[in-house]
Design a protein around this ligand. Structure first.
Ligand SMILES: O=C(O)CNC(=O)[C@H](CS)NC(=O)CCC(=O)C(=O)O
Length: 272
C-alpha cells in the first residue's frame, strides 16, 4: 500500500482550502497513492466563531465532503479526510470536528468525532478552548477495509494512550492522527508521542498535518509523519505544504508485535 500524506496551510475560506486540497490529492494519486490522508480541519482554520457559523455547513450539505467523495471515486482511492468542521444540530451551536473515511466508491465508510478537546493554556499569549466551539465525540471508531483495519483519532487524542490501546486491542493495524498541532507543543512532543503510540500499539501511525501561518494569530507545527510499528519514522514532511508518499507493508505489524508482544501482556491490576 502506498499512502499519500497531504500537508496543508488551510485558511478561513473553505472554497480556497478545497481547491488546494484537490490539487494535492491529485498529486498524491499521480504519485501512485492508494490511500490519501488530509489533516485536521481541512476545510477551515479560523479563530472567528461568527465567521465559522456563517460559512460552515452541516455534513449533508458540506461542499468539501461532496467534492472529496467525488474525487475518491474518480481516482479509485481510499481517502481519509482528517477532519472537517461541520455544523451539528446541537442547541448550543457547537460544531463537530469529524473525520471521514471515504471508499473508492465515494461512500462514507466511517466517521469519527474527535473525543478529546484541546482546552489548554500553553502560555499567557497562547490559549486554546476547543470545547467552546466543538462538541466532543463519545465513541472510538475502527474501520475494516481491504487496505487493513484502520483506527481513527484526531490531534489532541494523541495524548490519550488508552484510546490507541483500545483500537489496537480491537485489531487496528493502522491508526490515523490528522492534526493541527501547536508550534510549541509540536516542537516538544509531536514526534515522541507519535513514535510512542506506534511502538505501544504495533500499528502504523499516519499523521497528516496542518502547517505554517494560517492567519496572523494562528500557526501550526507541520511535520506530517508516518511511523512504522517498530517506531521508525518512515517520512517527515517538513514544514511546506505538499504531498509525502510512503509505502507500507502490513506484515510489519505482525513482525513488530511478535518481537515484543506487549499487547498480549495486558493485565488487570489493583491499586490507585
Ligand atoms: O480549532 C481548530 O481550528 C481545529 N482544532 C484544532 O486545531 C485543535 C484544537 S485548537 N488542535 C489541537 O488539538 C492541537 C493539539 C496540540 O497541539 C497538542 O496536543 O499539543
Amino acid at each position: 500500500m502506498r499512502a499519500g500524506l497531504v500537508q496543508l496551510t488551510s485558511g478561513d475560506d473553505p472554497a480556497a482550502n478545497l481547491g488546494e486540497t484537490l490539487r494535492l490529492v491529485r498529486e498524491a494519486v499521480a504519485g501512485g497513492a492508494d490511500f490519501v490522508l488530509t489533516p485536521e480541519v481541512t476545510n477551515i482554520v479560523s479563530m472567528d466563531r461568527a465567521h465559522q457559523r456563517a460559512v460552515l455547513q452541516p455534513e449533508a450539505h458540506d461542499p468539501t465532503l461532496a467534492a472529496l467523495r467525488n474525487e475518491a471515486r474518480a481516482a479509485g482511492i481510499w481517502l481519509l479526510i482528517g477532519s472537517l468542521a461541520v455544523k451539528t444540530e446541537d442547541a448550543d451551536g457547537r460544531f463537530a470536528n469529524r473525520s471521514f473515511l471515504i471508499s473508492p466508491q465515494g461512500e462514507i465508510a466511517a466517521r469519527y468525532d474527535k473525543i478529546h478537546m484541546f482546552d489548554v493554556e500553553i502560555s499567557e499569549s497562547e490559549t486554546y478552548r476547543e470545547s467552546a466551539g466543538y462538541r466532543p465525540g463519545t465513541r472510538a471508531v475502527l474501520a475494516e477495509t481491504p487496505l487493513g483495519r484502520i483506527g481513527l483519532t484526531i490531534c489532541y487524542d494523541l495524548r490519550f494512550p488508552e484510546l490507541f490501546r483500545r483500537l489496537a486491542g480491537a485489531g487496528a493495524q493502522i491508526i490515523t492522527v490528522p492534526a493541527a498541532f501547536s508550534p510549541v507543543t509540536g516542537a516538544a512532543h509531536w514526534e515522541s508521542l507519535l513514535r510512542a503510540r506506534a511502538i505501544e500499539t504495533g500499528c502504523f501511525i499516519l499523521a497528516p498535518a496542518q502547517t505554517g501561518q494560517h492567519s496572523p494569530r494562528r500557526a501550526t507545527h507541520g511535520h506530517s509523519l508516518a511511523v512504522a510499528p517498530w517506531g521508525e519514522v518512515l517520512a517527515d514532511a517538513g514544514t511546506e505544504p505538499g504531498v509525502t508518499l510512503v509505502d507500507l507493508d502490513l506484515a510489519d505489524v505482525e513482525h513488530a508485535r511478535s518481537r515484543v508482544p506487549s499487547l498480549k501482556h495486558h493485565r488487570e491490576f489493583e491499586g490507585p
